[in-house]
Design a protein around this ligand. Structure first.
Ligand code: GDP
Length: 445
């Protein structure tokens, strides 16, 4: 999949990574090529624009580690951005099955791979998730479609609802529901009829089926090679029926593959699976990391940059520990610590992670040690100059007053903060002697 896209991007970055230093112009030129490559892959324009803008911003501000070239750094940034766009926001793409029997509604246009995907998914649920699955075809327009599902069912060893001639889709759906309850099935899958294009009759039919079954998942199966058309189809189905996720088929072909990149950003719906062939096990969970890797095809460079970053972090941690052991704990260190606490959800968040500490967190909150305080303390540190942060002993009474005023706080609060910083220094020194510091810090990085 994505062959054209990955070839295109690959050659852009090949040129880039061979150079040593990289100018802003080089990045701009490379990004122009990225833009063309994405557009050629039929990624929608707003998505391309955002993508390029975001990479440019990150590439300009990125700190480059000594052991890697700026070009390699850009590859990594593009890689991470691809993952971000593919993953999107909101819940991950897992299936919600829940209590039995769970209805899964399969919708889409004709020829998109709906029947094949229904069977592939049934096989996966049976074999991997140990679910008892029933499949039913609601395609009354094409009797061959019902036969097709029955044949696939036999092939993969999954039950299909017996075919009753002359029944309408809603009646079949109701029968599938009853059969699923009586037969002790965990899941029943409804393969609806497709059309060549979206039409009113099709939508009304799917809607009626949806209303009698209340599906746990409504999956749109769509041909991934159709690029932006696939995204439009998803928008249309979602507006009318409400879909919970998308399955992109034919991702084994060497087509443009841009649908994967646009889908989440435009529709807000997760891609849950990708179809990678006609065989019954050619279905994969959609994993942004893997897909981004395939698009870029530069896994070795990404790994190299990751390793270099880790080394850099380890070196920084080592230097920091050496300082701490000597009792050198300045305001920058305190700020980092306070911010880390904020990230963990403040005092209460941190304590609630430890069993039996919830109550204590409440008490501490009562004593004024809470999120607001953390924020205030960070604000105080931000008001100090670089020199003062590195060496808070420099702070004279007049500066203290100014800093406190600048943050809208009392000098007493600043004094409290300074005391805290000194105490932390002393504690670090003591811990450093006993080897406890190393232990504590290994958990931090
Ligand atoms: P439906 O009309 O949407 O039910 O489509 P079908 O399930 O009948 O599929 C149409 C054709 O596409 C069949 O020949 C399938 O074998 C093929 N197909 C489905 N999914 C994939 C896929 O992921 N990759 C490839 N290469 N072919 C697929």
């Amino acid at each position: 999949m994505f062959e054209n896209l990955s070839d295109r991007l690959g050659s852009v970055f090949d040129r880039l990574t061979k150079q040593g230093a990289l100018s802003e112009d080089d990045v701009k030129t490379a990004l122009r090529e990225v833009r063309v490559a994405l557009l050629e892959a039929d990624v929608s324009l707003p998505v391309v624009r955002n993508f390029v803008k975001s990479v440019e911003k990150k590439a300009t501000g990125a700190a480059v580690t000594k052991s890697i070239t700026p070009g390699q750094q850009v590859v990594k940034i593009v890689h991470d951005e691809l993952i971000e766009v593919l993953r999107g926001e909101g819940e991950p793409g897992e299936l919600r099955i829940g209590s039995a029997p769970a209805p899964i509604l399969m919708v889409g246009l004709q020829g998109g791979g709906k029947t094949t995907t229904t069977a592939k998914l049934a096989k996966r649920l049976t074999e991997r998730d140990k679910k008892k699955v029933l499949m039913a075809s609601l395609d009354v327009q094409r009797p061959a479609a019902m036969e097709q599902l029955a044949v696939l069912g036999t092939q993969i060893g999954v039950d299909t609802l017996p075919i009753v001639k002359g029944e309408d889709p809603v009646a079949i759906a109701k029968r599938a529901k009853t059969q699923a309850s009586l037969g002790g099935y965990d899941v029943y899958m409804l393969d609806t009829a497709g059309r060549l294009s979206i039409d009113e009759e099709l939508m009304a039919q799917v809607e009626a089926v949806r209303d009698v079954t209340s599906p746990r998942e409504t999956l749109l199966v769509v041909d991934g090679l159709t690029g932006q058309d696939a995204v439009h189809t998803a928008e249309n189905f979602d507006e009318r029926i409400g879909i919970s996720g998308v399955v992109l088929t034919r991702m084994d072909g060497d087509g443009r593959g841009g649908a994967a990149l646009s889908m989440r950003a435009i529709t807000g719906k997760p891609i849950k699976f990708v179809g990678l062939g006609e065989k019954m096990d050619a279905l994969e969970t959609f994993e942004p990391e893997r897909v981004a890797g395939r698009i870029l095809g530069m896994g070795d460079i990404v790994a190299l940059v990751e390793k270099a970053q880790q080394t850099l972090e380890a070196e920084q941690a080592e230097r920091m520990m050496k300082r701490f052991q000597k009792g050198q704990f300045n305001m920058n260190d305190l700020k980092m610590q306070l911010e880390q606490m904020q990230k963990m959800g403040g005092m209460e968040g941190m304590m609630s992670m430890m069993p039996g500490m919830g109550k204590m967190a409440k008490q501490m909150e009562g004593a004024g040690i809470d999120d607001t305080m953390l924020r205030r303390q960070v604000a105080l540190i931000n008001s100090m100059t670089k020199k003062e942060r590195a060496n808070p002993a420099l702070l004279q009474a007049s500066r203290k007053k100014r800093i406190a005023k600048g943050s809208g706080l009392e000098v007493s609060e600043l004094n409290k903060l300074l005391k805290q910083q000194r105490q932390m220094g002393d504690m670090m020194k003591k811990m450093g002697k006993g080897g406890m510091l190393k232990q504590a810090m290994s958990g931090m990085f």
